[in-house]
Design a protein. Structure first.
Length: 559
């Protein structure tokens, strides 16, 4: 049975454990059999019961097993077969967490016996005391055998190679290991199950920094010894995510990050949406040096169609001017991304490419694109304002309402180049088309939320208010705290309130948050309930053309 996150977060003192030990006729579950089963049920440090029985293996008992365990063939002859033992044993185990020393050995024999008697596999979670000991006390003992650990912890029961004695000794060792684990902040079942996978490096001692983190959605902040922010992240389960840095996270910079971490702060949130927005705002405010995504927004730029000129052209600008009557696409991640979009539009539209001002200082020499016939530049003296206005109107319509008028010529151009075996050029056109398609999708998301105005949504008893793409309020369901208002990030202290934003392109500082909200709304669109919308929350344009990674047979574009 699949457990929920709440089950995984059960405090250890509330978890029922069954410590299991088997004696067998040999070391392989494929051709050996069980001779004895011993088990002890524990909860909160108390013994709730024991289980012990000999088992007739149905095969000859090797002499070395008799010498090791003291179990003889005469003792096993009257014992029940494993098929008669399993029902009572499975009832004793129930849904408890199985504990054992080298527990996979014991589980392999149990699973083989269940399979041989046409029973389903044992699906219980399990904990290996040997693996725990390697992680917690390996430097204190010469080895991690059960006998060595029992002597090290001075347990009342010592292993004797009899199932119940060994199970009782394992249970005492297990409790001693739990005490050690508690100093690392291992307080819940999920913590315990993940502990054996924690990498064996000095930073394991810093697991205790995560001890007070809740198992709730939120944002976490790693700080160094001077309190300076190192990294900001978000999680559905704060405790689980932070602890994962010490186990399965193999990113190159994680080791260096953990060496510097001295404190971990957190903000508990009502939902994944609030956590995502708070993460964006904190990264913008603090610019932690181990964060890469979300820290480059100051490099965002726009593609501008200069509709305030007699002969409009495309340009790349860092800062838009709201109210200038121009058409802006963006913000996009960088000026390089903007230039690739401009190149894509130039490939599909004859909009002028030269920067010379028509009529200034006499007629300039025709630019190269005009001489090649790929651009209707006025510098060539072959086009007037009226004819050029038709080209501009067509481009504006393509960018706003019908992107296919730009994307289709790019796709045709790519196919023609690939058909002529000009694969490098085809790859370049492909990349331009993909860049333009991504930019238009990004623009569509932003503009749809800006047009929607104030939007209120509910999901699973929680709710949020989004105003022109910004999350302005959030609340939780029953028993959950809520944020009546979410403050603007420090970087936006001088920005106008969202309701007073002028018509025009979205400020670069808000792009990450608006795109974050848009992505969440799209991802959860089938689950959320829309209770208020001032405008229209829809994407009226059809799905945009996607460009394949590379034309068939093409070697791909070189960097």
């Amino acid at each position: 049975m699949q457990r929920s996150f709440d089950d995984l977060g059960t405090p250890l003192h509330e978890v029922t454990f069954v410590v299991v030990d088997l004696e067998t006729t040999g070391g392989s579950a494929a051709d050996c059999a069980i001779t004895e089963i011993g088990a002890v049920k524990l909860q909160g440090g108390a013994c709730l019961g024991t289980f012990q029985t000999l088992v007739n293996p149905g095969v000859a008992l090797p002499p070395f097993i008799t010498r090791l365990t003291g179990i003889t063939a005469g003792m096993l002859a009257p014992a029940p077969a494993v098929s008669g033992v399993l029902p009572a044993f499975l009832e004793f185990v129930g849904e408890a967490v199985v504990v054992g020393h080298n527990v996979r050995f014991d589980l392999a024999f149990l699973q083989a016996a269940l399979l041989a008697t046409d029973r389903p596999r044992l699906a219980n979670r399990f904990v290996d005391t040997c693996a725990l000991a390697r992680r917690l006390v390996r430097d204190e003992v010469p080895d991690c055998t059960l006998a060595t650990l029992a002597a090290h912890f001075r347990t009342g029961h010592r292993p004797t190679h009899r199932a119940l004695d060994d199970a009782l000794a394992t249970g005492e060792v297990f409790h001693c290991l739990l005490e050690r684990a508690g100093s690392l902040g291992v307080l819940g079942l999920d913590d315990l199950l993940e502990l054996p996978t924690v990498r064996g490096h000095p930073m394991v001692a810093k697991l205790k920094l995560a001890a007070r983190l809740p198992r709730r959605p939120g944002v976490y902040l790693f700080r160094d010894a001077g309190g300076r922010p190192l990294y900001v992240g978000r999680a559905r389960d704060l405790r689980r995510r932070v602890r994962s840095y010490f186990s399965g996270d193999e990113r190159r910079k994680v080791g260096a990050l953990l060496r510097e971490v001295q404190a971990i702060d957190h903000i508990e949130c009502t939902s994944e949406l609030e956590a995502a927005v708070r993460e964006v705002r904190l990264i913008h405010d603090l610019a932690p040096r181990y964060n890469r995504q979300g820290t480059t927004w100051r490099r965002y730029a726009y593609v501008k169609l200069t509709l305030d000129e007699r002969f409009p052209r495309l340009s790349v600008v860092r800062t838009p001017r709201p109210g200038d009557g121009c058409l802006y696409l963006g913000p996009l991640p960088s000026t390089a991304a903007c230039r690739e979009v401009v190149d894509a539009i130039h490939t599909a539209s004859p909009i002028r490419r030269c920067t010379a001002r028509p009529g200034a200082g006499g007629r300039p020499a025709p630019c190269a694109p005009a001489q090649l016939g790929v651009a209707a530049c006025p510098c060539a003296g072959t086009i007037g304002e009226a004819d050029y206005a038709v080209i501009v109107t067509d481009l504006v319509g393509a960018l706003r309402d019908d992107p296919e008028r730009l994307l289709a010529p790019l796709a045709d151009r790519m196919a023609a180049l690939a058909g002529a075996a000009r694969f490098e050029e085809a790859a370049a056109v492909r990349d331009r088309g993909a860049a333009l398609s991504r930019a238009l999708v990004r623009q569509r998301r932003v503009e749809s939320l800006m047009r929607a105005g104030r939007v209120t949504v509910e999901l699973d008893g929680a709710g949020a208010v989004v105003e022109r793409g910004r999350l302005v309020a959030a609340w939780g369901g029953a028993g959950q705290a809520g944020s009546a208002a979410l403050p603007l990030p420090l970087a936006l202290a001088d920005a106008p309130p969202s309701g007073d934003w002028p018509d025009g392109p979205l400020p670069a500082a808000l792009a990450d948050e608006v795109l974050c909200v848009a992505a969440w709304l799209e991802r959860r669109s089938a689950d959320i309930r829309l209770t208020e919308c001032q405008g229209e929350l829809a994407w009226p344009l059809p799905r945009l053309r996607r460009f394949d990674p590379a034309p068939q047979g093409a070697p791909g574009r070189r960097g």
